[in-house]
Design a protein around this ligand. Structure first.
Ligand code: HAM
Length: 439
């Protein structure tokens, strides 16, 4: 037997239905915020991620899937979505478009060679957005509120937004120096990864998963104390706009993000996915004011977020959030002889084309076994096609819940089903504004 690669998943059945529903909500919310859908390639030149995501990030140093194609070009399966979107923006000169800023959203598979565990896949699906061409802090707030709305509409409750500012280049330089001065006498206490981060990108030390909670880290200099006036004002604006939007947040100096391209606002959405009390980032993002120029474009700002579908679904499951996924079908068609079967084939298509979810017998089962199948499929109605009735252009339809049977003229069947199929009986506890109602 050939099994799936480690860190990948097959998604089908009820999980696939939940997945599709979440994707539908993402599409709807993104559309309301006026973000256009973008699909970029699953693989790109390796150089894009080295220059984009950053030489010192864990993602590039340890986690990319690199390969040489048959033309000996070095390619990489995308580990995230931002670099590809920015590459496309530059390549197609979107900075010259009449409509600015340029706003995109995406949803697709990314690849990271990580140690798989719950919520950490090697093939992960990430949705996210990017806004390019505006440095208005209101855009940062918009991007954060967009993600928050998606989580809220899905019914997720225990999510905390952790936000921080990495400031502009000047502020970060000052901070970097302060960190170097602080950690230098304690180098021997740092893990091997942090020792190399110390040399290449000391800010990333704060992202350490090994020692992050230790006293040494708790007492480290805080970025907010090194922000220059301009960066501080910009960060205050973002927070002010979030207040207007009534989006709660926690200012958290430990948020530095694992990718090298950020400055100014950075944020993470934390969910308490597991019982152990530890949290997991279901999303994260921030501003990147130099990424576009580093990749060969003009000096424009970008801001965006990425959110893991696998983690979001885990969080929804963990919180017991009810998603309005349909587990039943409207009608099951049963028959005995070949003439009735031919009619079933025809009728199933007619009704499907009129919007009903219809299944028919296809396993040569006895009538008794067909009824069992109707039960398994949770059919709301059944019709046993019967030649004698068909000659009279009628069928007997049975409501499987009330067990009532009724004779209906075939040309009135669509009307009958429309009248008798109850509206979605799904109820959820998400409050008045809940998107689920009226689905
Ligand atoms: P990131 O923090 O590396 O940011 O990833 C964003 C989200 O993807 C994480 O918060 C997590 O939910 C999910 N994720 C990451 N790795 C895995 C994994 N191995 N398995 C499952 N889920 C995972 C970015 O990728 C940036 N591109 C976000 C961004 C967009 N920043 C600006 N624009």
């Amino acid at each position: 037997m050939i099994s799936k690669p480690k860190g990948t998943k097959d998604i089908y059945g009820t999980v696939a239905k939940r997945w599709k529903y979440v994707e539908k909500v993402i599409d709807e919310v993104m559309e309301k915020y006026h973000y256009g859908y973008i699909r970029t390639p699953l693989f790109e030149s390796t150089e894009l991620f080295h220059r984009g995501v950053g030489e010192t990030s864990d993602i590039v140093t340890k986690e990319t899937y690199d390969f040489l194609d048959r033309g000996e070009r070095s390619m990489t399966l995308r580990p995230e979505g931002t670099a590809g979107v920015v590459r496309s923006y530059i390549e197609d000169k979107m900075y010259g478009d009449a409509i600015q800023p340029v706003k995109f959203y995406y949803n697709g598979t990314m690849y990271r060679y990580e140690r798989p565990q719950a919520g950490r896949e090697r093939e992960l699906t990430q949705f996210g957005c990017e806004v390019l061409g505006s440095d208005d802090p209101a855009v940062d707030a918009e991007v954060i509120s967009l993600a928050a709305q998606i989580y809220r509409i899905l019914g997720l409750k225990n999510v905390t937004i952790h936000i921080n500012s990495l400031g502009d280049a000047d502020s970060r330089n000052n901070y970097r120096q302060a960190l170097v001065k602080y950690f230098e006498p304690h180098l021997d206490l740092l893990c091997d990864d942090c020792k190399s981060r110390f040399a290449k990108n000391p800010l990333r030390i704060l992202d350490c998963k090994v020692d992050g909670e230790s006293e040494l880290f708790e007492n480290a200099p805080k970025m907010v104390d090194y922000l220059n006036e301009e960066s501080k004002k910009r960060f205050e604006k973002v927070l002010e706009y979030l207040d207007i939007l009534e989006i709660p947040y926690v200012v958290d100096s430990k948020i530095v993000r694992g990718l090298d391209y950020y400055n100014h606002t950075v944020f993470e959405f934390e969910s308490d996915i597991n019982e152990t009390g530890s949290t997991m980032a279901i999303g994260g993002g921030g501003c990147y004011n130099q990424l576009v120029s580093e990749l060969g474009g003009p000096e424009v700002c970008g801001v965006g977020f990425g959110s893991g579908m696998d983690r979001l679904l885990l969080a929804l499951e963990h919180e017991g959030a009810q998603l309005p996924v349909k587990e039943d079908i409207d009608l099951y068609l049963l028959y005995v002889n070949d003439e009735e079967k031919k009619y079933a084939i025809y009728l199933a298509q007619e009704l499907r084309m009129n919007g009903f979810i219809v299944e028919m017998e296809n396993m040569k089962r006895s009538l008794k076994a067909q009824f069992k199948q109707a039960d398994r499929l949770k059919a709301k109605f059944t019709i046993v096609l019967n030649s004698a009735e068909l000659d009279e252009d009628e069928v007997t339809i049975k409501n499987t819940r009330t067990k009532e049977e009724e004779k209906v003229q075939i040309d009135a069947l669509i009307y009958y089903l429309d009248e008798n199929l109850e509206d979605d009986d799904f109820m959820c506890d998400c409050g008045d504004e809940c998107h689920h109602h009226g689905e």
